[in-house]
Design a protein around this ligand. Structure first.
Ligand SMILES: [Zn+2]
Length: 312
């Protein structure tokens, strides 16, 4: 068994994973966002608690919103300053055992490709529609990244540019990456809310917008129409470039199945191959994908014995 954790900007989700993908003693702790000793203490406590059942030579398996530069071993994580700029080795030294680190979107894509909705597909493009957008690309069971550990980051790059004829008519927002008009600024839950405010000068949560759309509200319908068109174009372009055959979607917005269905229909319209079967689908592993992806990222081979392993 291995200790696995998904370090998010708000919570650290951790548990011990067995060879059949069962997650035991799952716990959520507030992320010590800027407190490195507190983060280390969290993991040391968990290692002590599970000392009897964890393989003593196995790495601690981590997934986080960031990347480890393969050349320098330095971690870049914009939403977790406690690990940003630290060296990969710092984790291992602090915990007294090896660690493996995988980007959270790559972990999601790897888990879905291996055990979830992408099972049986050679090429998988996994997408997280959470607070923002994330992505990971899997080819033949391997995460596709460049020499800097970057891959599948389809949310960055300017896709919304202002009109020279009608300035202010296009929702061009500043992105956390330093650019303006990235898909990340409109593609996640916060982006959907930003779009709604831009179109209607009204504040609403992403859940209120999707609920309103399903109930037939005109303003929410206009927002969802615009939102799904903004997402579907780049996904179709990606699939026309890299022929993945399945696109599992995770993150909070994947809880709205009709939304994923609409994105799927629009993506397929934009694909040159015009597939007749769904391509963009909801996650099958749901909230287990992050931890299972962290375990798979460490090289652990998992075979799920059941759809929903018993936790305990
Ligand atoms: Zn960006």
């Amino acid at each position: 068994m291995r200790l696995c954790a998904d370090i998010g900007g708000s919570f650290v989700d951790m548990g011990v994973i067995d060879a059949h993908g069962g997650i035991h003693d799952r716990q959520r702790h507030p992320t010590p966002v800027a407190d490195w000793p507190a983060l280390v203490a969290l993991f040391r406590d968990a290692l002590d608690r599970h000392a009897a059942r964890i393989d003593p030579y196995a790495p601690v398996c981590l997934s986080l919103a960031g990347v480890v530069d393969p050349a320098s071993g330095t971690i870049a994580s914009s939403n977790t300053p406690s690990v940003h700029g630290r060296r990969f080795d710092d984790f291992g030294a602090a915990l007294g055992r090896p660690v493996s680190i995988i980007n959270d979107a790559d972990a999601f894509a790897l888990a879905e490709a291996t055990l979830g909705a992408g099972r049986g597909h050679r090429r998988v493009f996994g997408i997280i529609l959470g607070t923002g957008v994330g992505g990971g690309v899997i080819d033949d069971g391997a995460v596709v990244v460049d020499a800097h550990g970057i891959g599948g980051e389809w949310g960055h790059g300017e896709v919304l540019v202002d009109s020279p004829i009608a300035p202010g008519s296009v929702p061009v927002f500043a992105c956390g990456c330093g650019r303006r008009g990235c898909l990340d600024t409109v593609g996640g839950a916060r982006g959907m809310e930003r779009l709604h405010a831009f179109l209607h000068q009204a504040r609403a949560t992403s859940v209120e917008i999707t609920d309103g759309w399903i109930a037939g509200d005109a303003a929410c319908t206009a927002t969802i129409d615009y939102y799904t068109r903004l997402l579907a174009g780049p996904i179709a372009m990606f699939l026309n470039s890299f022929p993945a055959t399945i696109v599992p979607i995770g993150g909070g917005l994947s809880n709205c199945a009709p939304l994923i269905g609409l994105i799927d229909r629009r993506v397929r319209t934009g694909m040159l191959t015009r597939p007749s079967e769904p391509v963009v689908v909801c996650t099958r592993l749901r909230d287990r994908a992050g931890l299972l992806g962290a375990a798979l990222g460490s090289g652990l081979c998992l075979s799920l014995m059941a759809e929903e392993p018993t936790e305990g």
